[in-house]
Design a protein around this ligand. Sequence first.
Ligand code: DOR
Ligand code: ZN
Ligand code: ZN
Length: 442
Amino acid sequence: MTDYLILGADVLGNGPTDLVLRDGVIASLGADTAAPRDGVELVTIDATGLVALPGLVDLHTHVREPGREDAETVLTGSQAAARGGFTCVHAMANTEPVADTAGVVEQVWRLGREGGYCDVQPVGAVTVGLQGTQLAELGAMADSAAGVKVFSDDGKCVSDAVVMRRALEYVKAFDGVIAQHAQEPRLTEGAQMNEGPLSGELGLTGWPAVAEEAIIARDVLLAEHVGSRLHVCHLSTRGSVEIIRWAKSRGIDVTAEVTPHHLLLNDDLVRSYDPIYKVNPPLRSADDVEAVREGLADGTIDIVATDHAPHPMEDKECEWSAAAFGMLGLETALSVVQQTMVDTGRLTWEQVARAMSSKPAEIGRVANQGRPIAVGEPANIVLVDPSATRTIDPRDTASLSRNNPYAGLTLPGEVVATFLRGRATVRDRALVTPLVEGQVTA
Ligand code: DOR
Ligand code: ZN
Ligand code: ZN
């Protein structure tokens, strides 16, 4: 057991404070000294210049276990998460087999707890096998040890309006939420990149903004009609932001996320034909990037979620049309948000804590994550050095995959330490081996 005395951390960017982490909770806050306890190591950390945030919570991570453990396991995904400052991630359901039963979600949940780097909260599939036709056993997954609250067919859209309606109705009983991957399938058949002048120029089939916006418009109306909760995954266009803004002004219970890559990168990168930039939804225009930044700044977009999508080399290093969709995100998310939103004056650190910790925990109904930094709260904390810069090297990762779209870019900010219930998972930028291997902590 170790107690931590963290000196002079800039909590939420509101000024330096000392923190004591003890017995899994924040034991004291404010100028304080921790009296050493018999048999307990006391580690002092000089956190001058470091920002302390609540442990980050990702509502949208792909780990590839079960099924594609060559690309990512629950353990390696958890380690990448810890290195990115996360203490909780939601693991999407598009595994092999699909996480559409209590058995699979319990397995993923347990692997996360046994790894001990990060709480892994499984997302359940909405439909059996992500096939879009028959509702999965949503209630059984909710009642399982994993306590699933978020359901998504992510990777695929629940495109049938009746199935979507039934799913929204069903989850009301246990306060669940449907997280929609908004992609009208007929409008995106064979789509390879954002539809616009550039897709014509490059000769790649376009993914029109309307394919996303039409589903979001339909779904906010369905959510209103049945009085249920809707979450929109990885919103990426100006029109999508406008629809969410309108829905919220009407009082519809909808939340939305944006990914770091849609905050930073635009479709001009596709000129390289490098599949590292191939992602779904696609990188959009510079104007869309501006719109999602504005939407996040004004609260229309509630959260940042990574859509961390590991793929093995052979699925990405091939010709564009054959490559898999997706990019890594856990280890770079906070840096991208700092660059695009904090260093530009659009968000304070306190607002970052809301968008990347408390709000995603609230949407996912994870009671013990995303809590305030206050005495008695679980000691889930990340210490960030905002003055550091680093040049991104895809090999410097805990992930089993290397599909990092930021390779070679210099990004601000570095996670110095992450604490999960008072135990360091990362210190001085390196992973820390759990004290008790395979310990089930909660
Ligand atoms: O780019 C993506 N990758 N978008 C998705 O919706 C799925 C994800 C994946 O699983 O690789
Ligand atoms: Zn998706
Ligand atoms: Zn996804």
